[in-house]
Design a protein around this ligand. Structure first.
Ligand code: PAF
Length: 284
């Protein structure tokens, strides 16, 4: 596996590969890799000739300084895992490399409601920082295909919009959330859960499934509203949770459902034991 720290050198290397007709797959990450990331790498490897993974803990997307400071750093283990699954190139830039002119936002894309609701409401500035770094990374790597997980549901919608608005020649492939055996969505933040919180954390995915079953046969507005309320009560019943939101939304626009015929997703964000977790499930 080749390791690059310089954007310029990586870009030059990839341009040569592209000139030779090789397709590039890209998996951007913040490290602390788990099976969810590795499955993105494996899918990229099957779809593209060359797979690039980036590890960069992006300061501009953390609205909470403590969350940034506590973000797990397991770089040596990450490198081992990437080699094991056959990742071709790892990009590990410094903060200065990605933000040579300081934290100025050069993306200038207005994502509107998509970035203002849910995570946007609870993590102000998060999506501006995320879109900013993804745009910078896409400009360096210029991948044919970009692989992201559906666990960050809102994020992948915004990245899809970024690609569309910036007219980038990259296809976004969003893959299903990888789950632990009991159903907990895999996340780099899970390592910060203590034993008790880890045990209760599974109630997030159980609540998602519970909601999916409840609305399986009837998605009228009234049923959706009632189920959302009951789902919230179910989760709040576990005192360890501090629920930020539990919402059934249109899967494309994230607006409140207008009717039951549209594609729907239920999304949850909740803190447990000081760790903020998110998860979601498509309802049809
Ligand atoms: O999902 C993540 O790990 C990050 O938001 C991303 C896409 C790597 C941008 O920093």
């Amino acid at each position: 596996m080749l390791i690059f720290e310089s954007s310029k050198k990586l870009k030059k290397h990839l341009n040569t590969l592209k000139a030779n007709g090789l397709t590039i797959g890209f998996v951007p990450t913040m490290g602390a890799l788990h099976d969810g990331h590795l499955s993105l790498i494996k899918t990229s490897k099957r779809a593209c000739k060359v797979t690039v993974c980036s590890i960069f803990v992006n300061p501009t997307q953390f609205n909470d300084k403590k969350d940034f400071e506590k973000y797990p750093n397991t770089i040596e283990n990450d490198k081992k895992l990437l080699k094991k699954v056959g990742c071709d190139i790892l990009f590990v830039p410094s903060v200065h490399e990605m933000y040579p002119n300081g934290f100025v936002n050069g993306t200038q894309v207005d994502f509107g409601f998509l970035a203002q609701t849910l995570e946007g409401e609870h993590r102000p500035g998060h999506f501006d920082g995320m879109a900013q770094i993804v745009y910078k990374l896409l400009k360096v790597v210029g991948p044919h295909q970009l692989f992201m997980g559906l666990k960050d549901y809102q994020q992948q919608l915004i990245v899809s919009e970024l690609i569309r608005k910036k007219r980038l020649a990259t296809r976004l492939v969003a893959l299903d959330t990888k789950r632990e055996k009991d159903g907990l969505a895999m996340s780099s933040r899970n390592v910060r859960l203590d034993k008790k919180s880890r045990k209760t954390a599974v109630e997030i995915s159980k609540t998602l499934k519970w909601i999916k079953n409840k609305v399986a046969r009837n998605k009228t507005k009234a049923v959706l509203t009632l189920t959302q309320q009951l789902g919230l009560e179910r989760l709040n019943g576990f005192k360890a949770f501090e629920v930020e939101y539990l919402e059934i939304r249109n899967a494309k626009t994230l607006q409140a459902p207008a009717s039951g015929r549209e594609k729907l997703v239920v999304l949850i964000a909740a803190k447990i034991g000081g760790v903020r977790l998110i998860d979601n499930m498509l309802l049809n």
